[in-house]
Unconditional design. Structure first.
Length: 347
């Protein structure tokens, strides 16, 4: 089987160059093999089709056979965004990307093969490929101020200064928002993007998150990058973020949307600005989802009791209004009710 050494292999394609520094400590254990020859030598390993994705058990069996036959295995997690789609084998995907050589790990004779496999399969996947880049960027963003929303980056990393957005989503939003499938969503006052990402996970076609704080938007873009790298969802292609002062900007330039989220924004504006913003949005959306408050917690000045929000929605032509209340984890009424407003009879 045709091979290239460590240095030569990384010169062959841009896809792998960014990994070179992180992989350097394993340079004695890595070689590059010709894609066509590798797939030819492992035909039954790479021809089993799955529906859109490869199961972890199948990946394990595939690596087992490759190790037993050739003393090497292909680290699938390096190509996590290149999983088979509609039955297309990785060999064709590599070809489409102009990849002629792929890095494989060499298993030395006498090693505990599956212990080695698990070490590279788990530890390398996050710790070696993402963690260094993640932590450096995360520390830079933390210096700009605390995170407003609690974001789970996976692998035990959280924006710990968060306020519990996951709790709000699970308590009241997830079950009471309308079906977001194929909908266009605008998230006003999106902060670090938590609810924008939840909309994407709920099958929204596209989400636009807007916030007045440039640091919040920078963090949202960082979260989008990390989530896209570490999941099967293409967040980068389905959610955008932009800095926007909704009180003074021309919101109409963003186009039409099916639903507007206003979970942490309206009550921070002065009353006259709230009315102006709502009038702008009323011409852009078919449905509002607004967070209310049963008591003033010292944030903002605009009244946000559900009755105030009801009046506001009616003033801008949204007559079909529903107020949702749930019990908090301690049994009391959750103090952040959800107010939904629609044009009556869909008009």
């Amino acid at each position: 089987m045709e091979t290239l050494n460590f240095e030569e292999g990384f010169k062959t394609n841009e896809v792998f160059r960014q990994m070179k520094d992180i992989l350097s400590e394993y340079r004695e254990r890595i070689k590059f093999v010709n894609v066509k020859e590798f797939f030819k030598c492992n035909p039954e390993v790479f021809t089993q089709e799955q529906e859109n994705r490869i199961t972890s058990r199948w990946q394990y069996d595939m690596k087992k056979r490759s190790i037993e036959r050739h003393g090497i295995f292909l680290p699938i997690y390096l190509f996590k965004n290149l999983t088979m789609q509609n039955g297309r084998h990785r060999s064709y995907i590599f070809r489409d990307l102009g990849i002629e050589y792929i890095p494989v790990f060499v298993i030395e004779e006498g090693e505990e093969k599956f212990r080695e496999l698990e070490f590279y399969g788990k530890k390398f996947d996050w710790d070696k490929l993402y963690e260094k880049k993640f932590l450096e960027r995360f520390e830079e963003l933390n210096k700009k101020g605390p995170w407003y929303q609690s974001i789970d980056f996976g692998n035990g990393y959280f924006s710990k200064e968060g306020y519990g957005a996951e709790n709000k989503w699970n308590l009241i939003l997830k079950d009471n928002l309308p079906d977001l499938t194929d909908k266009r969503v605008i998230d006003i006052g999106c902060s670090n993007g938590f609810f924008s990402f939840k909309a994407v996970e709920s099958e929204a076609a596209h989400v636009l998150g807007l916030d007045i704080d440039p640091d919040a938007i920078e963090k949202a873009l960082f979260v989008r990058e990390i989530l896209t790298e570490n999941s099967d969802i293409n967040y980068s292609g389905r959610v955008d973020f932009s800095v926007c002062d909704m009180a003074i900007e021309n919101l109409e330039k963003y186009g039409k949307f099916d639903i507007a989220f206003l979970f942490n924004s309206l009550y921070k504006l002065e009353k006259n600005k709230v009315i102006n913003v709502m009038k702008k949005l009323a011409d852009m959306v078919d449905c509002f989802a607004i967070q209310g408050r049963y008591h003033n917690d010292g944030i903002g000045s605009y009244p946000s009791h559900p009755s105030d929000i009801r009046n506001l929605l009616m003033n801008v032509g949204f007559r079909e209004i529903n107020i949702y209340n749930v019990k908090d984890t301690d049994g009391s009424i959750y103090h952040r009710p959800l107010v939904m407003g629609r044009r009556k009879n869909g008009s």
